[in-house]
Design a protein around this ligand. Structure first.
Ligand code: GLN
Length: 489
């Protein structure tokens, strides 16, 4: 079977299986072969289990032969960021702290994938505990960008974006706390969507910052993203923050919206200094495309943009310091062999196994939460700023249907190029405010630089209006062929 199929829209895979042009085992084996061929260069995976995966594919083929398929996605392979619990499989979060941990149960999203018959292929690399934007914080290895292997793939869902871009797997799950789906999607030239906070259950996903974490998906095309979201979204009693609201039929909504002329807001603050000129040109060309289609383009203001990064790093680090307290050397896998007292178990296990960025966030988080600092300077202030950011978006959404911005201020930089934590934090400028406001947002490929590096366009929607941004994204995708381009591997 030709690996070309792995670069096709999800619909072609579904049709191929249902018309019996190929089996799930053949499709899955194609992923495995492609992965083996690409991995020496890309290093998107942390681990994989061929036998388990092929057994799932065989089970799917058996269901199909008996006319008992669980859904139209039955038999389609999907990769998982190494942050999702999949029963019996390793889960490291790219940390030495969880090096030998095996999940005792399935995350809700994984149960949902399995209930629709999907085949889980591999555990994908990431920045340790999802803290980072480059994959350089993985405790195991750096993932390379398929478009230029000397460059970063973005992060923290680095392996998910790179694996889909390289055709190692047609789809992958990721998580986005401050941009970790959208930014790597942009840098690797694939579609990445983060739904509204609360749309997708967080149960069984390792927590980084619980008020921000949200799972989502990487795909080649927008309609594929809508189909997977349909499975992932919906209330879950095991997650108290999961939204108790019905999920619309995303594909049907998109169908209804074809030809609709939306009102798009363009925030001028997102086009100022720091934005790479080739990225800017490409985003402006996309906006121009929408204008020619008859969309109403309206300049708007989002003056809180510059407060996004400081507020995000205070809030996310505060929550992380609390969430990561559970890695104490008592539970989970690692305990320092040299520790003699209980204090030493805590201190040494954590010191020996957590990476420098994770330690930095824990220290920052504990500091901003400490008495005297909490209310007068940091955490309390950051929460107030968060509210202002939310209000800023709310105001903008009174006059527009969606907001269009660059996803990342630059294209993929060289591995090792960004040498200070601050320079990495600043690359999250266009994504973190959206997370603080809990809004749905996606990134789609909208062009390439002269040196053939992908550029991503971010579309931000009103709460729970994923269908709107999916529809607007598809209108662009249907008239451009960026998604069809393949990296030079
Ligand atoms: N880059 C951001 C950070 O390091 C976002 C990470 C994420 O969304 N998980 O926190």
């Amino acid at each position: 079977m030709k690996e070309e199929i792995l670069f096709q829209p999800l619909k072609d895979l579904i049709d191929g299986l249902s018309e019996k042009r190929f089996s799930s085992v053949e499709l899955t084996q194609t992923c495995i072969d492609r992965t083996q061929a690409c991995e020496p260069k890309i290093k998107a995976f942390l681990s994989f289990d061929r036998e388990k995966t092929l057994a799932e594919a065989r089970a799917s083929d058996e269901r199909r032969s008996k006319g008992q398929t669980l859904s139209e996605l039955d038999g389609i392979p999907i990769g998982l960021k190494d942050i999702f619990s999949e029963k019996g499989q390793p889960l490291t979060c790219a940390s030495r702290m969880l090096e030998h941990y095996v999940s005792p149960y399935d995350a809700t999203v994984v149960s949902r994938l399995k209930a629709s018959g999907m085949v889980c292929w591999g555990r994908l690399n990431m920045d340790e505990f999802a803290m980072g934007s480059t994959s350089e914080n993985s405790a195991f290895h750096v993932t390379c960008n398929p478009w230029d292997v000397t460059r970063i793939p973005g992060g923290s869902s680095s392996g998910s974006a790179a694996a889909v871009a390289a055709g190692e797997v047609p789809l992958a799950l990721g998580t986005d706390t401050g941009g970790s789906i959208r930014q790597p999607a942009a840098l690797c030239g694939v579609v990445g969507i983060k739904p509204t906070y609360g749309r997708v259950s967080r149960y069984g996903i390792v927590a980084f910052a619980s008020s921000l974490d949200q799972a989502g998906v990487f795909t080649r095309t927008v309609s594929g993203a809508a189909q997977i979201l349909q499975i992932l979204c919906g209330p879950d009693l095991k997650d108290a923050t999961s939204a108790r609201r019905p999920v619309p039929d995303f594909c049907a909504e998109m169908q209804k919206n074809v030809g609709r002329r939306w009102k798009l807001g363009v925030p001028e603050e997102y086009f100022r200094e720091g934005l790479d000129s080739e990225v800017k040109q490409s985003i402006e060309a996309a906006i121009d495309f929408y204008k020619r289609q008859g969309y109403l383009i309206q300049p708007i203001q989002l003056q809180t943009l510059e407060y996004g990064i400081p507020a995000y790093y205070v809030i996310a680090s505060a929550e992380a310091s609390s969430n990561l307290a559970r890695y104490d050397g008592i539970r989970y896998t690692y305990r320092s062999p040299s520790a003699k007292t209980v204090e030493e178990v805590f201190a040494r296990s954590r010191s020996e196994r957590l990476g420098p960025e994770v330690k930095r966030r824990i220290l920052l988080g504990l500091y901003v939460l400490s008495s005297g600092k909490y209310d007068s300077y940091f955490y309390d202030k950051a929460q107030k700023v968060r509210r202002l950011i939310y209000d800023d978006f709310q105001k903008a959404f009174q006059s527009v249907d969606a907001i269009v911005t660059p996803t990342s201020p630059t294209v993929a930089t060289k591995i090792g190029e960004k040498s200070t934590p601050l320079s990495v934090y600043l690359s999250d400028i266009y994504t973190v405010s959206v997370s603080l406001a809990g809004l749905p947002a996606l990134s789609i490929p909208c062009g390439f630089t002269a040196s053939k590096l992908p550029i991503g366009l971010q579309l931000i929607g009103k709460p729970f209006e994923e269908s709107t941004i999916l529809s607007i994204a598809e209108a662009f995708e249907s008239q451009h062929d960026y998604w069809q381009q393949k990296p030079p591997l």
